[in-house]
Design a protein around this ligand. Structure first.
Ligand SMILES: Cc1cc2nc3c(=O)[nH]c(=O)nc-3n(C[C@H](O)[C@H](O)[C@H](O)COP(=O)(O)OP(=O)(O)OC[C@H]3O[C@@H](n4cnc5c(N)ncnc54)[C@H](O)[C@@H]3O)c2cc1C
Length: 416
Protein backbone atom coordinates (compact mmCIF):
# COMPACT_ATOMS: atom_id res chain seq x y z
CA UNK A 1 0.00 0.00 0.00
CA UNK A 2 1.35 3.39 -1.02
CA UNK A 3 0.88 6.12 1.57
CA UNK A 4 -0.62 9.39 0.32
CA UNK A 5 -3.13 12.05 1.32
CA UNK A 6 -5.69 10.08 -0.67
CA UNK A 7 -5.01 6.75 1.12
CA UNK A 8 -5.11 8.57 4.47
CA UNK A 9 -8.49 10.12 3.70
CA UNK A 10 -9.89 6.91 2.22
CA UNK A 11 -8.85 4.83 5.25
CA UNK A 12 -10.17 7.42 7.66
CA UNK A 13 -13.55 7.34 5.90
CA UNK A 14 -13.65 3.52 5.92
CA UNK A 15 -12.97 3.15 9.64
CA UNK A 16 -9.20 2.44 9.31
CA UNK A 17 -9.99 -1.23 8.65
CA UNK A 18 -8.09 -1.54 5.36
CA UNK A 19 -4.53 -0.67 6.27
CA UNK A 20 -2.19 -3.52 5.34
CA UNK A 21 0.86 -4.51 7.46
CA UNK A 22 3.87 -2.33 6.66
CA UNK A 23 6.07 -5.45 6.24
CA UNK A 24 5.64 -9.21 6.27
CA UNK A 25 6.51 -11.39 9.24
CA UNK A 26 8.94 -13.42 7.12
CA UNK A 27 10.17 -16.92 8.01
CA UNK A 28 13.79 -17.74 7.15
CA UNK A 29 14.48 -19.66 3.93
CA UNK A 30 17.30 -22.16 3.29
CA UNK A 31 19.39 -19.90 1.07
CA UNK A 32 19.95 -16.18 0.42
CA UNK A 33 22.39 -14.32 -1.87
CA UNK A 34 23.10 -11.97 1.03
CA UNK A 35 22.41 -12.36 4.74
CA UNK A 36 22.53 -9.22 6.86
CA UNK A 37 22.91 -9.76 10.58
CA UNK A 38 21.21 -7.06 12.67
CA UNK A 39 17.85 -5.38 12.14
CA UNK A 40 18.89 -1.90 13.22
CA UNK A 41 19.13 1.13 10.96
CA UNK A 42 22.33 0.08 9.22
CA UNK A 43 21.26 -3.50 8.50
CA UNK A 44 17.85 -2.51 7.14
CA UNK A 45 19.24 0.38 5.09
CA UNK A 46 21.87 -1.93 3.58
CA UNK A 47 19.13 -4.36 2.57
CA UNK A 48 17.02 -1.57 1.10
CA UNK A 49 19.83 -0.18 -1.07
CA UNK A 50 20.94 -3.68 -2.13
CA UNK A 51 17.54 -4.12 -3.72
CA UNK A 52 17.01 -0.56 -4.89
CA UNK A 53 20.46 0.31 -6.23
CA UNK A 54 21.79 -3.13 -7.19
CA UNK A 55 18.73 -5.27 -7.92
CA UNK A 56 19.76 -7.96 -5.41
CA UNK A 57 16.51 -9.14 -3.86
CA UNK A 58 17.33 -12.57 -2.40
CA UNK A 59 18.31 -10.91 0.86
CA UNK A 60 17.49 -11.61 4.51
CA UNK A 61 17.88 -9.31 7.49
CA UNK A 62 18.18 -11.46 10.63
CA UNK A 63 17.31 -9.74 13.89
CA UNK A 64 17.62 -11.53 17.21
CA UNK A 65 14.83 -9.49 18.79
CA UNK A 66 12.44 -7.02 17.13
CA UNK A 67 13.75 -4.55 14.57
CA UNK A 68 14.83 -1.30 16.15
CA UNK A 69 15.27 -2.88 19.58
CA UNK A 70 18.94 -1.87 19.60
CA UNK A 71 20.50 1.56 19.29
CA UNK A 72 18.36 2.45 16.29
CA UNK A 73 15.39 2.78 18.64
CA UNK A 74 17.37 4.07 21.62
CA UNK A 75 19.22 7.06 20.26
CA UNK A 76 18.50 10.76 20.61
CA UNK A 77 17.75 11.15 16.88
CA UNK A 78 20.23 13.87 15.96
CA UNK A 79 21.31 14.19 12.33
CA UNK A 80 24.09 16.53 11.22
CA UNK A 81 27.22 16.70 9.06
CA UNK A 82 29.29 19.15 11.13
CA UNK A 83 32.53 17.16 11.10
CA UNK A 84 36.16 18.32 10.80
CA UNK A 85 38.17 15.55 9.13
CA UNK A 86 38.28 15.27 5.32
CA UNK A 87 37.59 11.52 5.66
CA UNK A 88 34.34 12.24 7.52
CA UNK A 89 32.77 15.46 6.16
CA UNK A 90 31.86 14.26 2.62
CA UNK A 91 30.42 11.01 3.93
CA UNK A 92 28.18 12.64 6.55
CA UNK A 93 27.16 15.37 4.09
CA UNK A 94 26.13 12.66 1.62
CA UNK A 95 24.04 11.19 4.43
CA UNK A 96 22.47 14.63 5.11
CA UNK A 97 21.50 14.88 1.46
CA UNK A 98 19.93 11.42 1.59
CA UNK A 99 18.01 12.45 4.74
CA UNK A 100 16.67 15.46 2.88
CA UNK A 101 15.03 13.21 0.28
CA UNK A 102 14.38 10.17 2.46
CA UNK A 103 10.66 10.56 3.07
CA UNK A 104 9.91 10.81 -0.65
CA UNK A 105 12.27 7.95 -1.41
CA UNK A 106 10.77 5.61 1.22
CA UNK A 107 7.20 6.95 0.92
CA UNK A 108 7.28 7.04 4.72
CA UNK A 109 7.09 9.89 7.21
CA UNK A 110 10.41 9.68 9.04
CA UNK A 111 9.76 13.12 10.55
CA UNK A 112 13.01 14.67 9.37
CA UNK A 113 13.16 18.06 11.07
CA UNK A 114 15.98 20.41 10.02
CA UNK A 115 15.69 22.60 13.08
CA UNK A 116 19.41 23.41 13.30
CA UNK A 117 22.22 22.02 15.45
CA UNK A 118 23.96 24.60 17.63
CA UNK A 119 27.28 23.74 19.32
CA UNK A 120 28.03 26.26 22.08
CA UNK A 121 31.55 27.50 22.80
CA UNK A 122 32.70 28.91 26.10
CA UNK A 123 36.22 30.30 25.56
CA UNK A 124 38.33 32.03 22.91
CA UNK A 125 40.31 28.85 22.30
CA UNK A 126 37.15 26.88 21.74
CA UNK A 127 35.86 29.58 19.37
CA UNK A 128 39.02 29.12 17.26
CA UNK A 129 38.51 25.36 17.20
CA UNK A 130 34.91 25.82 16.10
CA UNK A 131 35.91 28.40 13.49
CA UNK A 132 38.32 25.85 12.05
CA UNK A 133 35.62 23.20 11.94
CA UNK A 134 33.16 25.60 10.33
CA UNK A 135 35.74 26.56 7.70
CA UNK A 136 36.49 22.90 6.96
CA UNK A 137 32.77 22.28 6.54
CA UNK A 138 32.31 25.24 4.20
CA UNK A 139 35.28 24.13 2.11
CA UNK A 140 33.38 20.89 1.55
CA UNK A 141 30.19 22.74 0.62
CA UNK A 142 28.50 22.14 3.99
CA UNK A 143 26.56 24.96 5.67
CA UNK A 144 28.14 26.35 8.86
CA UNK A 145 27.76 29.68 10.69
CA UNK A 146 29.95 30.90 13.52
CA UNK A 147 27.77 32.97 15.86
CA UNK A 148 28.85 35.35 18.59
CA UNK A 149 27.15 35.59 21.97
CA UNK A 150 24.49 38.10 20.91
CA UNK A 151 23.60 36.08 17.82
CA UNK A 152 23.19 32.98 19.99
CA UNK A 153 21.16 34.97 22.51
CA UNK A 154 18.80 36.13 19.76
CA UNK A 155 18.31 32.51 18.70
CA UNK A 156 17.98 30.82 22.11
CA UNK A 157 17.35 33.51 24.75
CA UNK A 158 16.40 31.01 27.47
CA UNK A 159 20.01 29.83 27.96
CA UNK A 160 22.16 31.04 30.87
CA UNK A 161 24.73 33.37 29.27
CA UNK A 162 26.68 35.19 31.97
CA UNK A 163 25.87 33.96 35.46
CA UNK A 164 27.19 30.46 35.01
CA UNK A 165 30.43 28.66 35.57
CA UNK A 166 30.88 28.37 31.80
CA UNK A 167 29.60 31.62 30.23
CA UNK A 168 28.46 31.18 26.65
CA UNK A 169 30.68 33.04 24.17
CA UNK A 170 28.93 31.92 20.99
CA UNK A 171 28.16 28.87 18.89
CA UNK A 172 28.67 26.99 15.64
CA UNK A 173 25.36 26.50 13.87
CA UNK A 174 24.48 24.04 11.15
CA UNK A 175 20.96 25.04 10.12
CA UNK A 176 20.41 21.92 7.99
CA UNK A 177 21.11 19.64 10.95
CA UNK A 178 18.27 18.49 13.18
CA UNK A 179 16.42 15.34 14.12
CA UNK A 180 14.50 12.43 12.58
CA UNK A 181 12.10 10.03 14.29
CA UNK A 182 14.30 6.97 14.97
CA UNK A 183 11.57 4.28 15.02
CA UNK A 184 10.10 5.64 11.81
CA UNK A 185 13.48 5.38 10.12
CA UNK A 186 13.67 1.69 11.06
CA UNK A 187 10.07 1.06 9.97
CA UNK A 188 10.48 3.02 6.74
CA UNK A 189 13.57 1.08 5.67
CA UNK A 190 11.98 -2.24 6.73
CA UNK A 191 8.89 -1.48 4.70
CA UNK A 192 10.94 -0.31 1.71
CA UNK A 193 13.13 -3.42 1.78
CA UNK A 194 10.17 -5.76 2.29
CA UNK A 195 8.30 -4.26 -0.66
CA UNK A 196 11.29 -5.08 -2.85
CA UNK A 197 11.41 -8.70 -1.71
CA UNK A 198 13.76 -8.70 1.29
CA UNK A 199 12.87 -11.06 4.15
CA UNK A 200 13.00 -9.17 7.44
CA UNK A 201 13.22 -12.02 9.96
CA UNK A 202 12.69 -11.09 13.61
CA UNK A 203 13.38 -13.29 16.65
CA UNK A 204 16.18 -15.00 14.75
CA UNK A 205 19.52 -14.81 16.53
CA UNK A 206 22.71 -15.68 14.67
CA UNK A 207 24.65 -18.11 16.84
CA UNK A 208 27.43 -19.15 14.46
CA UNK A 209 29.10 -18.32 11.16
CA UNK A 210 30.00 -21.22 8.91
CA UNK A 211 33.24 -20.94 6.97
CA UNK A 212 34.48 -23.37 4.32
CA UNK A 213 37.91 -23.04 2.69
CA UNK A 214 38.35 -19.47 3.94
CA UNK A 215 34.99 -18.13 2.80
CA UNK A 216 31.59 -17.91 4.42
CA UNK A 217 29.11 -20.65 3.58
CA UNK A 218 26.24 -19.99 5.98
CA UNK A 219 24.94 -18.82 9.32
CA UNK A 220 23.63 -20.85 12.23
CA UNK A 221 20.59 -19.29 13.82
CA UNK A 222 18.05 -20.06 16.51
CA UNK A 223 15.70 -20.82 13.59
CA UNK A 224 18.03 -23.17 11.71
CA UNK A 225 20.98 -23.00 9.34
CA UNK A 226 20.84 -20.62 6.36
CA UNK A 227 23.24 -21.04 3.43
CA UNK A 228 24.80 -17.94 1.87
CA UNK A 229 28.05 -16.71 0.32
CA UNK A 230 27.81 -13.17 1.59
CA UNK A 231 27.22 -11.98 5.13
CA UNK A 232 27.16 -8.35 6.26
CA UNK A 233 27.46 -7.75 10.00
CA UNK A 234 25.55 -4.67 11.23
CA UNK A 235 25.14 -5.48 14.90
CA UNK A 236 26.53 -2.27 16.48
CA UNK A 237 27.26 -2.97 20.17
CA UNK A 238 27.39 -6.73 19.55
CA UNK A 239 29.99 -6.44 16.77
CA UNK A 240 32.90 -7.95 18.71
CA UNK A 241 30.76 -10.89 19.84
CA UNK A 242 29.35 -11.72 16.41
CA UNK A 243 32.66 -11.17 14.59
CA UNK A 244 34.27 -13.58 17.07
CA UNK A 245 32.01 -16.28 15.60
CA UNK A 246 34.17 -15.98 12.47
CA UNK A 247 37.40 -15.92 14.47
CA UNK A 248 37.89 -12.13 14.18
CA UNK A 249 39.06 -9.81 16.95
CA UNK A 250 37.90 -6.25 16.28
CA UNK A 251 39.37 -2.91 17.40
CA UNK A 252 36.04 -2.16 19.07
CA UNK A 253 34.84 -1.98 22.67
CA UNK A 254 31.19 -2.00 23.73
CA UNK A 255 30.09 0.69 26.17
CA UNK A 256 26.77 1.82 27.59
CA UNK A 257 25.33 5.19 26.69
CA UNK A 258 22.16 6.56 28.22
CA UNK A 259 19.40 8.84 27.01
CA UNK A 260 16.67 10.68 28.93
CA UNK A 261 13.22 12.08 28.28
CA UNK A 262 11.44 14.57 30.51
CA UNK A 263 7.75 15.09 31.07
CA UNK A 264 6.12 17.03 28.25
CA UNK A 265 6.37 20.80 28.47
CA UNK A 266 5.26 23.59 26.16
CA UNK A 267 7.53 24.25 23.15
CA UNK A 268 10.82 25.70 24.41
CA UNK A 269 13.83 24.14 22.71
CA UNK A 270 13.44 24.54 18.97
CA UNK A 271 17.00 23.53 18.00
CA UNK A 272 19.43 20.80 18.95
CA UNK A 273 21.83 22.40 21.45
CA UNK A 274 25.11 21.01 22.71
CA UNK A 275 27.10 22.21 25.72
CA UNK A 276 30.75 22.88 24.86
CA UNK A 277 32.33 22.61 28.30
CA UNK A 278 30.98 19.19 29.19
CA UNK A 279 28.92 16.45 27.64
CA UNK A 280 25.26 17.45 27.40
CA UNK A 281 22.97 17.89 24.43
CA UNK A 282 19.25 18.47 24.15
CA UNK A 283 16.31 18.76 21.79
CA UNK A 284 12.54 18.71 22.28
CA UNK A 285 10.29 16.06 20.82
CA UNK A 286 7.02 16.81 19.07
CA UNK A 287 5.20 15.46 22.13
CA UNK A 288 6.92 18.08 24.29
CA UNK A 289 9.41 15.88 26.14
CA UNK A 290 12.96 17.16 26.41
CA UNK A 291 15.26 14.53 24.88
CA UNK A 292 18.80 14.71 26.19
CA UNK A 293 21.97 12.80 26.86
CA UNK A 294 25.68 13.13 27.46
CA UNK A 295 28.75 10.98 27.76
CA UNK A 296 29.07 7.20 27.71
CA UNK A 297 29.06 5.51 31.09
CA UNK A 298 32.76 4.77 30.70
CA UNK A 299 33.10 1.05 31.33
CA UNK A 300 32.80 -1.96 29.06
CA UNK A 301 29.43 -3.64 29.10
CA UNK A 302 26.90 -5.55 27.04
CA UNK A 303 23.99 -4.43 29.26
CA UNK A 304 21.43 -2.01 27.86
CA UNK A 305 21.16 -0.02 31.05
CA UNK A 306 23.36 2.56 32.71
CA UNK A 307 24.26 3.95 36.11
CA UNK A 308 23.53 6.98 38.28
CA UNK A 309 26.92 8.81 38.07
CA UNK A 310 26.42 9.33 34.33
CA UNK A 311 22.92 10.68 34.98
CA UNK A 312 24.28 13.14 37.53
CA UNK A 313 26.97 14.26 35.09
CA UNK A 314 24.43 14.84 32.30
CA UNK A 315 22.10 16.79 34.58
CA UNK A 316 24.99 18.97 35.79
CA UNK A 317 25.80 19.80 32.17
CA UNK A 318 22.17 20.67 31.53
CA UNK A 319 21.95 22.93 34.57
CA UNK A 320 25.16 24.72 33.57
CA UNK A 321 23.63 26.15 30.40
CA UNK A 322 19.90 25.78 30.99
CA UNK A 323 18.87 26.27 34.62
CA UNK A 324 15.39 27.08 33.28
CA UNK A 325 14.72 23.31 33.02
CA UNK A 326 15.85 22.60 36.58
CA UNK A 327 12.35 21.70 37.87
CA UNK A 328 11.40 19.51 34.93
CA UNK A 329 11.03 15.84 35.84
CA UNK A 330 12.76 13.01 33.98
CA UNK A 331 10.18 10.35 33.13
CA UNK A 332 12.22 7.83 31.15
CA UNK A 333 15.83 6.80 30.71
CA UNK A 334 17.49 3.86 29.02
CA UNK A 335 20.87 2.64 27.84
CA UNK A 336 22.16 1.53 24.47
CA UNK A 337 25.19 -0.56 23.57
CA UNK A 338 27.57 1.59 21.57
CA UNK A 339 30.34 0.05 19.45
CA UNK A 340 33.26 2.35 20.29
CA UNK A 341 36.15 2.07 17.83
CA UNK A 342 39.75 2.96 18.69
CA UNK A 343 39.63 6.29 16.78
CA UNK A 344 35.95 7.11 17.14
CA UNK A 345 35.27 6.56 13.43
CA UNK A 346 33.38 3.73 11.76
CA UNK A 347 34.43 0.69 9.78
CA UNK A 348 32.72 -0.38 6.55
CA UNK A 349 34.93 -2.96 4.91
CA UNK A 350 35.59 -6.52 3.89
CA UNK A 351 37.26 -8.80 6.42
CA UNK A 352 39.93 -11.47 6.14
CA UNK A 353 37.16 -14.04 5.68
CA UNK A 354 35.99 -14.04 2.05
CA UNK A 355 32.37 -12.96 1.76
CA UNK A 356 32.19 -11.49 5.27
CA UNK A 357 31.62 -7.71 5.44
CA UNK A 358 31.72 -5.48 8.47
CA UNK A 359 29.64 -2.39 9.20
CA UNK A 360 30.53 -1.28 12.75
CA UNK A 361 32.33 1.17 15.01
CA UNK A 362 29.60 3.83 14.90
CA UNK A 363 30.18 4.82 18.50
CA UNK A 364 27.44 7.21 19.62
CA UNK A 365 27.02 8.82 16.19
CA UNK A 366 25.72 6.22 13.79
CA UNK A 367 22.08 7.24 13.54
CA UNK A 368 22.81 10.18 11.26
CA UNK A 369 24.94 7.89 9.09
CA UNK A 370 22.22 5.32 8.39
CA UNK A 371 21.27 6.37 4.82
CA UNK A 372 24.86 6.80 3.56
CA UNK A 373 26.16 3.79 5.44
CA UNK A 374 23.39 1.59 4.04
CA UNK A 375 23.99 2.80 0.49
CA UNK A 376 27.78 2.45 0.74
CA UNK A 377 27.68 -0.93 2.44
CA UNK A 378 25.25 -2.20 -0.21
CA UNK A 379 27.66 -1.13 -2.97
CA UNK A 380 30.56 -2.82 -1.20
CA UNK A 381 28.63 -6.07 -0.76
CA UNK A 382 27.16 -6.03 -4.28
CA UNK A 383 30.28 -5.05 -6.23
CA UNK A 384 33.14 -6.02 -3.92
CA UNK A 385 34.64 -2.54 -4.10
CA UNK A 386 34.15 0.33 -1.69
CA UNK A 387 32.83 3.70 -2.89
CA UNK A 388 35.36 6.55 -2.49
CA UNK A 389 33.33 8.13 0.33
CA UNK A 390 34.05 5.23 2.68
CA UNK A 391 37.69 4.63 1.75
CA UNK A 392 38.76 6.22 5.06
CA UNK A 393 36.63 3.67 6.96
CA UNK A 394 38.87 0.72 6.15
CA UNK A 395 39.55 -1.86 8.83
CA UNK A 396 43.24 -1.95 7.85
CA UNK A 397 43.75 1.62 9.14
CA UNK A 398 44.24 0.24 12.64
CA UNK A 399 47.19 -1.82 11.38
CA UNK A 400 48.71 0.86 9.14
CA UNK A 401 48.19 3.78 11.54
CA UNK A 402 45.98 5.84 9.17
CA UNK A 403 43.49 6.59 11.90
CA UNK A 404 40.52 8.90 11.47
CA UNK A 405 40.70 10.54 14.87
CA UNK A 406 37.93 13.15 14.55
CA UNK A 407 38.09 14.17 18.18
CA UNK A 408 41.83 13.92 18.64
CA UNK A 409 41.26 11.65 21.62
CA UNK A 410 43.93 9.08 20.78
CA UNK A 411 43.44 5.32 20.68
CA UNK A 412 41.06 5.24 23.65
CA UNK A 413 37.49 4.17 22.83
CA UNK A 414 36.13 5.45 26.13
CA UNK A 415 37.42 8.97 25.31
CA UNK A 416 36.04 9.26 21.78
C1 LIG B 1 21.61 6.71 24.01
C2 LIG B 1 22.11 6.83 22.59
C3 LIG B 1 21.98 8.03 21.93
C4 LIG B 1 22.43 8.16 20.61
N1 LIG B 1 22.22 9.33 19.96
C5 LIG B 1 22.57 9.45 18.66
C6 LIG B 1 22.27 10.64 17.95
O1 LIG B 1 21.63 11.56 18.47
N2 LIG B 1 22.68 10.74 16.66
C7 LIG B 1 23.39 9.75 16.04
O2 LIG B 1 23.78 9.91 14.90
N3 LIG B 1 23.65 8.58 16.70
C8 LIG B 1 23.25 8.40 17.98
N4 LIG B 1 23.49 7.22 18.64
C9 LIG B 1 24.20 6.13 17.95
C10 LIG B 1 23.31 5.34 17.01
O3 LIG B 1 22.09 5.03 17.64
C11 LIG B 1 24.04 4.05 16.61
O4 LIG B 1 25.35 4.35 16.17
C12 LIG B 1 23.35 3.32 15.48
O5 LIG B 1 21.98 3.19 15.73
C13 LIG B 1 23.99 1.93 15.35
O6 LIG B 1 23.60 1.24 14.22
P1 LIG B 1 22.26 0.33 14.13
O7 LIG B 1 21.10 1.24 14.07
O8 LIG B 1 22.39 -0.58 12.98
O9 LIG B 1 22.36 -0.46 15.50
P2 LIG B 1 21.30 -1.29 16.32
O10 LIG B 1 19.95 -0.69 16.27
O11 LIG B 1 21.90 -1.52 17.67
O12 LIG B 1 21.22 -2.63 15.48
C14 LIG B 1 21.98 -3.79 15.73
C15 LIG B 1 21.00 -4.94 15.84
O13 LIG B 1 21.71 -6.16 15.82
C16 LIG B 1 20.98 -7.08 16.59
N5 LIG B 1 21.84 -8.21 16.93
C17 LIG B 1 22.89 -8.23 17.78
N6 LIG B 1 23.43 -9.45 17.82
C18 LIG B 1 22.71 -10.24 16.97
C19 LIG B 1 22.78 -11.59 16.58
N7 LIG B 1 23.69 -12.43 17.10
N8 LIG B 1 21.87 -12.06 15.68
C20 LIG B 1 20.93 -11.22 15.15
N9 LIG B 1 20.82 -9.93 15.49
C21 LIG B 1 21.70 -9.44 16.38
C22 LIG B 1 20.54 -6.26 17.79
O14 LIG B 1 19.42 -6.84 18.45
C23 LIG B 1 20.20 -4.92 17.14
O15 LIG B 1 18.83 -4.77 16.85
C24 LIG B 1 23.06 7.05 19.96
C25 LIG B 1 23.19 5.84 20.64
C26 LIG B 1 22.71 5.72 21.94
C27 LIG B 1 22.83 4.40 22.64
Amino acid sequence: MRYSAFSLAWNALTGNRNWTPAWRDAAPQDYYDVVIVGGGGHGLATAYYLTKNHGITKVAVLEKSWIGSGNAGRNTTIIRSNYLMPGNIPFYEWSMKLWEGLEQDLNYNTMVSQRGVLNLYHSDVQRDVFARRGNAMRMHGVDAELLDREEVRALVPYLEFEDSRFPIHGGLLQRRGGTARHDAVVWGYARGADRRGVDVVQNCEVTGIQIFAGRVSGVETTRGVIRTNKIALAVAGSSSRVAAMAGLRLPIESHVMQAFVSEGIKPLVDHVITFGAGHFYISQSDKGGLVFGGDIDGYNSYAQRGNLPAIEDVCEGGMAIMPVIGRVRIVRSWGGLVDMSMDGSPIIDRTSVEGLYLNAGWCYGGFKAIPASGAACATLVATGSAPDLIKAFRLSRFATGHLLDERGGGPFPARQ
